[in-house]
Design a protein around this ligand. Structure first.
Ligand SMILES: CC(C)(COP(=O)(O)OP(=O)(O)OC[C@H]1O[C@@H](n2cnc3c(N)ncnc32)[C@H](O)[C@@H]1OP(=O)(O)O)[C@@H](O)C(=O)NCCC(=O)NCCS
Length: 83
């Protein structure tokens, strides 16, 4: 499983499909590198990712080394997509 640590589009350019194009490109690269799943932690864009095939999961579904770095104050949602 790979983490997509950050995906952001300039506020001036949002809503024009760039986010989706970048996501598809990242998914392709992750697949080519042999990853089976991609996860993101987000506080602001869960619905955007869910619309694009991510499923809300729990903290326990994160890799153990990532669990150790989880920031409980941010209360990020854990979203995972099968590639
Ligand atoms: C989330 C983000 C990457 C999407 O990129 P984008 O280029 O604006 O997205 P696209 O143009 O591919 O898709 C636009 C669609 O997403 C919707 N959308 C945009 N931001 C959204 C959000 N935060 N939550 C839910 N839907 C969102 C738009 O309404 C639009 O919907 P439609 O397809 O039904 O018209 C961008 O809004 C962003 O950088 N946000 C701030 C940073 C962030 O929250 N990053 C994710 C956390 S790691």
């Amino acid at each position: 499983m790979a983490e997509m640590a950050c995906l952001t589009v300039s506020p001036d350019s949002q809503g024009q499909g760039d986010g989706e194009r970048m996501l598809k490109h990242i998914e392709q690269r992750a697949r080519a590198a042999g990853f089976k799943r991609l996860f993101v932690l987000t506080t602001t864009a869960a619905h955007w990712f869910i619309k694009r095939g991510f499923v809300q999961k729990s903290f326990d579904d994160l890799p153990k080394d990532r669990q150790n770095m989880y920031n409980w104050q941010r209360k990020s949602l854990v979203l995972i997509k099968n590639l």
